[in-house]
Design a binder for this molecule. Structure first.
Ligand SMILES: [Zn+2]
Ligand SMILES: [Zn+2]
Length: 155
């Protein structure tokens, strides 16, 4: 699902400013990594970002993509999405939100809900340690996978 153009520009601005303040030289390749993260809410993994950039810049290295993403995570402008299996996924939307995760194809969609945002960690969680983030994940089968499984004849 494409992100609205104004939002892409805003996110890209945040990422580019963060890279600049980190003292990293803003090369064309690093800028493209930031763009890939800003342009889509598909929560891509590093390989996916790399493949997409390679279509435009054949000389891009996987290592550059890895290091740029890692820097953006360190700077706190990109979040690593905790998934049960497969490679780490990344999210340029650091505003509070939650996720639907398809256990068949790995699709990750944003879920926004004020009731979930207001969720307080229970006593048992607080006994474990300090809670820094409350993030709810819904695991299931996405519409597309459900249709495929049902032979394409159901909703
Ligand atoms: Zn799916
Ligand atoms: Zn997200």
């Amino acid at each position: 699902m494409p992100v609205a153009e104004a939002e892409v520009e805003r996110l890209l601005g945040v990422l580019v400013r963060a890279l600049r303040t980190s003292g990293m030289r803003l090369t064309h390749q690093r800028l493209e990594v930031a763009r890939e993260l800003a342009v889509s809410d598909a929560h891509p993994d590093v390989e996916t970002i790399y493949r997409r950039i390679r279509e435009r810049i054949p000389t891009v290295s996987l290592d550059t993509v890895y290091r740029t993403v890692a820097t953006l995570v360190d700077l706190g402008v990109v979040n690593r999405v905790g998934v049960l299996s497969g490679p780490a996924r990344y999210d340029a939307n650091t505003a509070r939100h939650h996720h639907f995760v398809c256990s068949q194809c790995g699709l990750i969609r944003d879920v926004r809900d004020t009731a979930l945002d207001a969720l307080e960690p229970p006593e048992e969680a607080l006994l474990c340690g300090t809670v820094e983030l409350v993030n709810v994940q819904f695991h299931g089968t996405c519409r597309e996978c459900r249709q495929t499984r049902a032979g394409g004849d159901s909703e």
